[in-house]
Design a protein around this ligand. Structure first.
Ligand SMILES: [Zn+2]
Length: 349
């Protein structure tokens, strides 16, 4: 995931990781009972405008982030994916059409993660190494998903929320980065704070809107003080308080989705406070990562202009990976990556 620090200055503590799950407001699991997938195309799209608002916020505050983009969104807004990449952010996968991993069988999941990876690589023009399951839906009973991600060529996942929750949650999972059994993958769980044996969710999303900000900030600082990075997530629809309301949604879903949207929206530069290091520990983008690797900060030439550089992704505290632009046999990963029968190595698979 993209963890980029202040140019020319090594951060004193752990580098926190900002991420955005790029989806429409009607894609969320909370409204699955009211909005049918076959109706998605007939609904007005707001994701491009909302993501541009997030990009403007990050540009203003120098935040580099990882954008987990839905394949469905990338197919309809490829220019948005390109824009995200060209502004120095990492493009990663949020699956194809937001079906929770635990609602898919193994073959369906494998096809979904490969399909979204291919779509995003075509749109972004660079290797996609990260994955986040819809609704943090890798849980205890479907850990085979890690093996499928590994086989599909992903290098890390951020699909576990190690808490108890009525929709998702893997409360037995480690709270910090771990390698799932039988894989070379790193799983980066969303941030929690443990107090008195209980895990308090403090990784973003609805929790960021519902908890008092001083409490949220205190929790993140406690995690940092223990030497760990924080993994924060948000959605483009969370900076859109005027989004159309879904009719007939249960009270619990409406509460989770609509409450305090103005709080995330208020993160926009024009509205005042935002995610700078002073408030939540996010670091300004610069030309180097904590491991000193150039990742393409804002203002650098585009991927095509730079003649296929080696895309690099760094997870704070979890090592770094470098996806070769050519596989060990010397074949372009873009040339072979689309045809399953032509896959000749793990980067091309
Ligand atoms: Zn999502």
């Amino acid at each position: 995931m993209n963890a980029v620090a202040v140019a020319g200055r090594q951060p004193a503590g752990p580098v926190n990781v900002m991420s955005v799950d790029v989806e429409e407001h009607f894609h969320v699991a909370a409204f699955a009972g009211q909005v049918r997938r076959e109706d998605w195309l007939s609904l007005p799209s707001r994701v491009e405008r909302n993501t541009d608002r997030v990009l403007a916020l990050f540009a203003d505050r120098g935040v580099a982030a990882t954008f987990f983009v839905l394949g469905w969104v990338a197919e309809r807004h490829p220019a948005l994916v390109r824009r995200i990449a060209e502004r120095g952010h990492e493009v990663a996968s949020h699956g194809y059409c937001h079906i929770p991993a635990f609602q898919q069988d193994r073959a369906e999941f494998a096809a979904d993660v490969r399909r979204s990876k291919a779509i995003l690589e075509d749109a972004a023009g660079r290797a996609v190494l990260g994955y986040r399951a819809a609704s943090f839906s890798i849980v205890k009973r479907n850990q085979w998903a890690f093996e499928e991600l590994d086989r599909a060529g992903y290098r890390y996942s951020s699909s576990v929320n190690p808490v108890r929750h009525d929709i998702y949650g893997f409360p037995d999972a480690p709270r910090f980065n771990f390698t799932p059994t039988g894989t070379a993958l790193t799983e980066c769980p969303v941030t929690t704070l443990e107090v008195g044996g209980n895990r308090i969710p403090c990784g973003g999303g609805g929790y960021f809107r519902l908890l008092p900000y001083p409490l949220f900030r205190w929790a993140l600082r406690r995690v940092n003080a223990a030497g760990h990075s924080c993994y924060f997530y948000m959605h483009p629809w969370e900076v859109d308080p005027d989004q159309p309301r879904v009719a007939g949604a249960p009270l619990k879903s409406r509460f989770r989705h609509y409450t305090n949207l103005h709080r995330t929206d208020a993160l926009r530069p024009a509205a005042g406070p935002c995610l700078t290091r002073d408030r939540a520990g996010w670091h300004r983008a610069g030309p180097w990562t904590p491991r000193g690797r150039v990742t393409g900060p804002p203002g650098t030439p585009s991927w095509r202009a730079r003649r296929r550089p080696r895309p690099t992704t760094t997870i704070a505290g979890a090592g770094s990976w470098s996806a070769p632009s050519t596989c060990p046999r010397g074949t372009s990963w873009r040339a072979t990556g689309r045809a399953a029968s032509a896959a000749c190595c793990r980067w091309c698979a």
